[in-house]
Design a protein around this ligand. Structure first.
Ligand SMILES: C[S@@+](CC[C@H](N)C(=O)[O-])C[C@H]1O[C@@H](n2cnc3c(N)ncnc32)[C@H](O)[C@@H]1O
Length: 443
């Protein structure tokens, strides 16, 4: 495709991670919510920079771990806007891995693709490895033109219109990354939209974001199953105004046949019988039932009253991440691959302080993920605010102290990368209560 100078070019030079980018207007990197696309400019939302950093790290890990095979890797940044995500993949993953990448960016907006390709020409990957090509058009058509090992869908709003064809386009073993910004629907506050789009209900409580991630995973698993594929979550994160799930998708009719084994319900304030059923299904550690837990998961075969306000689902009841992928996301690796190094006479005109701020943003984008990976499949995700009200104790116990004490007792536990102070643990509910009461006695 011939390059045409887009309106507003050459704009100003900005940086995200280690990658330089021309944008029509300098974005406010402190911004944490959605931004609207303005007039002739190119779209770049700084609130998504953490998601792009994690995408770089996940791609690097997927290549290293062999799940994308040994040959060239065909990747598609399907709703690319100005192409910053794909350009960061090429520029920031290690040179040996980048040289296997054959990346396509696509978007309906010709101007955005021209910004992207102009940026690629002016600021190519520093190591000079990997290929980048572009296409303009509707992703739902374009995506089927080629098989891919990696497909990224990052829409305004819901990803559902793109999911089916994107899954079909994947190689026998590939990875799909899906963002969603229709947060009112996903967190259950817009009930009609949630039910219509995702076929589920979500209780609007502190775990609503966790439940929303699981609803998205359930939708992805069922879409994959329709095409004789199974889905294994690699990373599921809610970040400011959007959620993002990344999953490995593989051809396997036998696994697709049993995808419902990982679908079920989350029950708030479960009854004695519901907790027992959860324990029997292997979804909850055995406990005395002297005091009932705040929530439990149940298999889809368990009869529930779907309109019961305690119930969220149907949703994914398996692990929402992969231990090895998450444990690879260390602060050290994020810094090594993605954090920029200060240089005098910087092209973007950044001061030493600007560099330091970006380095901190990079580190923040993976905070706790490495350790959370070790417990990601655990039954309990406990918000300490909820725990203190549930147990009638004064103020919420410190999540760090809870984790330390549980670890001392030999139970696995970790802080989370979640918007509210919380921890995950495989400890029994009795142990959690004992530790909480030892830290914060009842009022
Ligand atoms: C949220 S933006 C993408 C942001 C980008 N991934 C990033 O990291 O900066 C969504 C993009 O999808 C594009 N788009 C919307 N509908 C589309 C479709 N049916 N096919 C292709 N692109 C589409 C829009 O033009 C817009 O640039």
């Amino acid at each position: 495709m011939d390059w045409e100078e887009p309106k507003g070019w050459p704009g100003v030079i900005h940086r995200e991670g280690r990658t330089l980018v021309r944008v029509s207007e300098r974005p406010d990197s402190q911004k944490t919510g959605p931004v609207s696309r303005r007039g002739d400019g190119v779209f770049l939302n700084p609130a998504m920079s953490g998601s792009r950093t994690r995408s770089v790290l996940l791609l690097d890990h997927a290549i290293e771990s062999g799940i994308l095979g040994e040959g060239p890797i065909y990747a598609l940044d399907g709703l690319a806007a100005g192409g910053i995500r794909a350009r960061r993949w090429l520029n920031e993953i290690s040179e040996d891995n980048a040289k296997r990448l054959d990346v396509t960016i696509s978007d309906l907006d010709r101007g955005a693709i021209d910004w992207a390709m102009g940026n690629h020409r002016d600021f190519p990957p520093l190591h000079g490895k990997g290929q980048l090509s572009s296409a303009v058009g509707d992703l739902r058509k374009l995506v089927l033109s080629h098989g891919r090992h990696w497909v990224d869908i990052d829409p305004f709003g819901s990803p559902l219109p793109f999911l089916d064809t994107a899954v079909q386009s994947l190689a026998r073993s590939g990875v799909i990354e899906v963002s969603a910004t229709d947060t009112a629907a996903l967190t259950g506050s817009s009930r009609g939209a949630m039910l219509r789009r995702y076929g589920a209900r979500v209780r609007t409580d502190g775990l609503a974001h966790d439940s929303a991630l699981r609803v998205m995973l359930a939708n992805l698993a069922s879409t994959a199953a329709k095409h004789d594929r199974c889905m294994e979550p690699l990373l599921s994160i809610w970040d400011s105004h959007h959620l993002r799930v990344s999953a490995r998708v593989r051809k396997s009719r036998s696994r697709a046949n049993i995808f419902e084994d990982d679908i079920g319900w989350r029950v708030h304030s479960p009854t004695h019988e519901e907790v027992l059923a959860s324990v029997e299904a292997g979804l909850h550690p055995s406990c005395s039932l002297d005091s009932l837990p705040m929530t439990c998961l149940l298999p889809v075969s368990h009869p529930v009253e779907r309109k019961d306000p305690r119930i969220s689902g149907p949703l994914w009841i398996g692990s929402i991440g992969d231990q090895s992928a998450m444990c690879s996301m260390t602060e050290e690796k994020a810094t090594r691959l993605c954090a920029p190094e200060f240089a005098d006479e910087d092209l973007a005109g950044w001061s030493e302080k600007d560099f330091e701020m970006e380095r901190r943003r990079v580190v923040r984008s993976v905070r706790n993920i490495e350790h959370e990976g070790a417990v990601i499949g655990s039954a309990h995700h406990i918000l300490v605010d909820d725990l203190s009200s549930w147990l009638g104790i004064g103020s919420p116990p410190s999540p760090t102290l809870m984790v330390n004490k549980l670890n001392e007792m030999g139970c696995n536990a970790s802080l989370t990368h979640y918007g509210k102070p919380s921890f995950r643990t495989g400890a029994s509910w009795d142990d959690i209560v004992e530790v909480a009461l030892s830290l914060q006695p009842p009022m």
